[in-house]
Structures are given as C-alpha cells and as structure tokens.
Design a protein around this ligand. Structure first.
Ligand SMILES: [Zn+2]
Length: 378
C-alpha cells in the first residue's frame, strides 16, 4: 500500500477524523501510538497488541542502533519481520534519546557526537546516519533528525536549534530520496519536525521552512517538556496552523489521558507517549474515575475491578486486590496486566475521541471527561 492520508471529517473545535494508509496497514486517526522502545512494547506480546487494536507503534532508533544493531535487523528482514509485527511502525530519529540519555554529546552542524549509555562507546549521529539506520529498520514512517532543546531555553538558542533542525531536515529528505531503494520497507515515508522552543513565532517560522521541503507528514517536537499544558496547546496550534491540511500531523511525546482531546482539538492526528506503559510498571493505573496507585493499602481487600467502566481483559477477570498483591510481590504478571489495562485505556479514549469528532461533539466530550476525572479527584 502507498502512503496516503485522508481527512474524513473536521469537528467545530478543529479536530480531524482521518485515515492514514501505510505500507503496513490503515490507521484510524487521531491515533495513539504505544512506545515499543527496543522492538517491544514492554509487558505486551505482539499478539496482545493486535488484540488491543493497536494499528501503529513506535520504535526507538537510538536503542535499536546500539542493541542489537541496525545491520543485524536489516539482515533479519527489517524490524517488522524481526519482531513479528504486521502492523505499522514509526521510528524516531534517535535525536531525542541522544540528547536526553547519552553523555558527552557535542552538537555541530554536521551532527551529534555522543557516548552510548550502555557501554560508553563513542558514536556520531548525523542526519544521513539516522536515515541509514531507519531505512535498515524499515519503519513505515521515519523521522528527520532534529535538535531537541531543554525548557526553558533562551530565544537565541531556540532559534538556532530550529535553524539547524531545518538544515538537517533538508539533508534527511535528500538522503531518503536518493536511497529510496535501501529501505527494507518500500514506500517508507519521512516526516519533518517543527521546533522553536516556547516561542510561537519561531514555531510558525520553523513550520513554514519545513513545508517548503514538502514532507508527506509533519511532527511537532520539543513540547510537553515541562511547560504548562495551556502553553503546549498554544504552541502546537500555532505550528499546526502553518501545516498543510491534507498532511498528517504528529505531536511527539504527549500526554495524559485527559489532555489527549485538547491536543486533538489543536488539529493533531497522531500522538505517542511512554506514560501508559511506564506508569503501569510503577503501579500507576489510569481509569475513567482518575488515577489509581495500586500499591495503596486501601485496595488490599478490594474485590472490584480496576475500572468498572473498562471492558479490557484485566478488568473483566481480575480484582484490585489481586493486582495489588501481584505488584507488592514483584510478580512479572503485575507489569503485564497493568500495561494491558493502561494501553487499552489510552486506545479506548482515542476511540471515543474519534467517535465524538464523527458526531461533531468533541467539545462536549472533553468537558464531560474533565468533569468525571475531577469528580474522581476530590
Ligand atoms: Zn481495564
């Protein structure tokens, strides 16, 4: 299948209902993408992901490049075949992890020099290298290398990072065009990434520069890094307004369940976040009545399901008391069941958001969701 995107309906809030077609299947948008860092969504089998209705997941280029190595994955037929996942995959550029995980990073216009967090070995990540790795992995959607900065950052620094990101985006695009055949997934798409820190005008300028480069889709990066939620939405909306309506928009690294509809209302079609999986392993569970910390003693003899409004396998079969016991006893099954529920909860929230957009009622849906969560947190 060829990469394409269709907007099926637009809600009064600006939210879009759409359909993204990739070489590995169709994705209903707005879509939530679980994070499968090292070729696995921690705690879930690929069969469980399919049962949960996952249509696209994320792979981290940095982790897969360091271990087991992209050439090994190329020789195994690409990431889909290696991990036995028939659905779509989006890979990040590796940039975010290089900037946040590794040490000794030195950024120049040429690329980023860094040391592996695993063994301290030295590596040089350039825009071209990032694409070479992502072509070996054969994701359906690859990302350009971008410069990620901290929040807050001074205007000069944000402008410089946005300028470098645009230069790197051009190099990534040219590399991908020249070596189209090198990808283990024919038809792999490449998305540009908007940067610009917390400055709306820099965000708009960054978006316009990327649009000139003509990518099949655009991401908005460097947000939800500590700034207030309202600011995240304003900056995302400012960037989205400059992006072509007919191309998919991906807001990177967000967010809490109650925030998803706000981002969708900014005109965003795709999101990813480690929260449902990482929090699950820490015993933090998302429910329709707010968050639950399953280790709390109050659940020790609680025979109710985790979430009475949830239809997932965990809520149909197990009690809060059992989940608490598994967690306290450090059982492997705790991470498996908690992750299953949390990922189901995110996907189900997205399903409800899509339904609300189909009826043109996203604003009402969001207000109801907020009220319910606030009632759960007196
Ligand atoms: Zn559940």
């Amino acid at each position: 299948m060829e990469f394409s995107f269709q907007v099926l309906k637009t809600d009064p809030t600006g939210a879009r209902l759409g359909r993204l077609t990739t070489p590995h299947g169709v994705i209903d948008t707005p879509a939530f993408m679980p994070v499968g860092t090292a070729g696995t969504v921690k705690g879930l089998t690929q069969e469980a992901l399919a049962d949960l209705g996952v249509q696209i997941l994320l792979g981290n280029t940095y982790h897969l490049y360091l271990r087991p190595g992209h050439e090994l994955i190329r020789n195994m037929g690409g990431l889909h075949r290696f991990m036995s996942w028939p659905g779509a995959i989006l890979t990040d550029s590796g940039g975010y992890q290089v900037f946040s995980l590794s040490d000794l990073r030195k950024v120049t216009d040429e690329g980023v020099r860094f040391r592996s967090h695993l063994d301290g070995s030295e590596h040089f990540l350039t825009p071209e290298k990032s694409l070479e790795v992502q072509q070996a992995l054969g994701s359906d959607i690859a990302m350009v290398l971008d410069e990620c900065i901290e929040y807050p950052a001074e205007r000069g620094r944000a402008a410089e990072a946005a300028r470098r990101t645009a230069d790197w985006a051009r190099r990534c695009r040219d590399y991908a065009r020249e070596r189209e055949d090198a990808s283990t997934t024919p038809g792999q798409a490449l998305f540009g990434i908007v940067q610009g820190g917390a400055y709306a005008d820099l965000r708009r300028e960054s978006a316009r520069r990327l649009v000139e480069l003509d990518f099949p889709g655009y991401a908005i990066g460097g947000l939800a890094v500590g700034e207030p939620h309202e600011m995240t939405c304003e900056l995302a909306a400012a960037a989205a307004a400059e992006l072509p309506a007919a191309r998919p928009r991906y807001l990177m690294g967000v967010g809490l369940p109650e925030q998803l509809s706000d981002y969708v209302a900014c005109g965003v079609d795709m999101m990813d976040c480690v929260l449902p999986t990482r929090n699950a392993r820490n015993g933090c569970l998302f429910t329709s009545a707010g968050r639950i910390s399953i280790k709390n003693a109050r659940y020790a003899a609680d025979s109710r399901p985790l979430d009475e409004n949830c239809s997932c396998m965990v809520c149909r079969n197990y009690s809060r008391a059992y989940l608490r016991h598994l967690y306290m006893a450090n059982e492997v099954l705790a991470a498996i069941l908690n992750t299953h529920h949390n990922v189901h909860f995110y996907l189900d929230t997205m399903r409800k958001i899509r339904q609300a957009i189909a009826f043109g009622e996203l604003a009402g849906f969001s207000a109801e969701l907020q009220a319910r969560l606030e009632a759960g947190h007196p």
